[in-house]
Write a protein that binds this ligand. Structure first.
Ligand SMILES: Nc1nc2c(ncn2[C@@H]2O[C@H](COP(=O)(O)OP(=O)(O)OP(=O)(O)O)[C@@H](O)[C@H]2O)c(=O)[nH]1
Ligand SMILES: [Mg+2]
Length: 188
């Protein structure tokens, strides 16, 4: 089976590429989006025997398709239907960043959140109730990172594997009920 694809999405300058580099290392392919002059980066992420393709989407404030970046991000999420979206947010500016999150969630594509720039949020003495945010978003997986300092990246890698495994199980026929005993079929 080919590896699942996960898209990294978020506002500009939230640390997506820093996270992309940390996840994929040197296993990257750089090109352009078809018909566009904007760079497309994809790479392989391997952790705990699990392999995924990660695509670094251009930074966008929304999926409205008013700009080339928004069109690329929107088309990738809606038309290429990745197995999941890892939405990277700037933890110092959650209110603005969560606008894109709501639009991504509306697409119905499984999503997890990364609250990056956590060092900056801590320096400003912001207190973020991650558990409450997760509950408000129906139990969405959330990880806190300071990617440029390498903080939280191990937890992020582990959580991405958990997230991707959830999506892989959803895609398997009968994957939701692996322990259900075989039911004899009913002949009428
Ligand atoms: N303080 C701090 N800086 C960070 C963190 N993560 C990334 N940065 C810095 O933030 C800047 C932007 O990071 P990028 O990874 O290029 O962000 P991006 O989301 O890919 O940006 P675009 O592709 O332009 O949308 C860089 O200078 C990073 O070093 C973090 O957790 N804390
Ligand atoms: Mg980038």
């Amino acid at each position: 089976m080919p590896p699942l694809t996960i898209a990294l999405a978020g506002n500009p300058n939230t640390g997506k590429s820093t996270i992309f580099n940390a996840l994929t290392g040197s296993r990257q392919r750089v090109g352009n989006w078809p018909g566009k002059t904007i760079e497309r980066k994809a790479g392989m992420f391997k952790h705990d025997g699990f392999e995924l393709e990660i695509v670094d989407l251009p930074g966008t404030y929304s999926l409205s398709a008013y700009s080339l970046e928004e069109e690329i991000a929107r088309d990738f999420i809606i038309k290429a239907t990745p197995a999941g979206v890892v939405n990277v947010l700037d933890a110092t500016n959650l209110e603005r960043n969560l606008y894109l999150t709501t639009q991504i969630l509306e697409t119905g594509v499984p999503t997890m959140l990364v609250l990056n720039m956590y060092d900056q949020a801590t320096a400003r003495q912001y207190r973020i109730d991650t558990a409450a945010l997760s509950t408000a978003l129906h139990g969405i997986l959330i990880v806190q990172t300071s990617a440029s300092r390498g903080e939280g990246l191990e937890t992020l890698k582990q959580t991405i594997v958990t997230f991707a495994q959830q999506q892989a199980n959803r895609r398997k026929p009968h994957g939701r009920y692996p322990n259900q005993p075989h039911q004899p079929s009913c002949h009428v």
